[in-house]
Design a protein around this ligand. Sequence first.
Ligand code: GUN
Length: 294
Amino acid sequence: MSAKILDGKIIADELRAKVATEAARISAKLKRKPGLAAVLVGEDPASQAYVKSKAKATNEAGMVSFEHRLPETTSEKDLLALIAKLNADDAVDGILVQLPLPKRIDTSRVIEAVDPAKDVDGFHPMNAGKLATGSPSLVPGTPLGCLIMAKKAHASLSGLDAVVVGRSNIVGKPLAQLLIAESATVTVAHSRTKELREVCRRAELLFVAVGKPEFVKGDWIKPGATVIDVGINRVPGADGKNKLVGDVAYDEAAKVAGWITPVPGGVGRMTVACLLVNTLRAAAARAGLEAPNI
Ligand code: GUN
């Protein structure tokens, strides 16, 4: 058996095309383009690449990108002052602060400083709380992307056994909330979970977000399961150059699974597309317009 591929490029491009159409409609009503401000502190190459691709996608969708690149030595006070300025700026509908921040900076304080109405990452406790209590507004992009992909494989997730490996605030926890809202039976596994292989083998839907290259092996997967791999890890390839691999050993897993996401070309693309959706939602909500039809 060989798994069918959930192609993040195709699914994300569909979503981005819808965003572009809705962005044009909302721009006409606002008499300006929706704006997304991205804040990057420091020079981490992966973070730089993410921010660059988010800015490019924002422009391509007919929205405006404001980029703020701050030196590694930036103080928490200066970062909070920039966020206050962006909160007050009417041209800015969405604010994202790229994580991780330098260790000196209190990440929670920074996340809590972002106006919840502009929190397009969905990381503010207000938005996390709304998601957990069943009235989501701005939902984190990576878990939302995972959910959209799972729904391409299954018309309904109701009653399915879902296992989420990883319990981060960015992926694991919000993903578990989204799956509960879809009436899946959800298990959240993590580094202290006993018999992790057996837990994974029970999953009809397996989501892996642990940040460890090829951590989940083929014999951890229930035959026919849907496997959504959130990992993006750089490892040395056979040719000496770095290559990207996921948190799942793809070749082994693809022999067992029913559906699988590749890396690259899987969930990563969905994160950016969902960020654009959130920017549009924030722009519409701030202006009192109806939510975009996406
Ligand atoms: N770092 C890793 N993932 C994300 C994300 O989705 N948003 C932000 N802002 N930083 C991240």
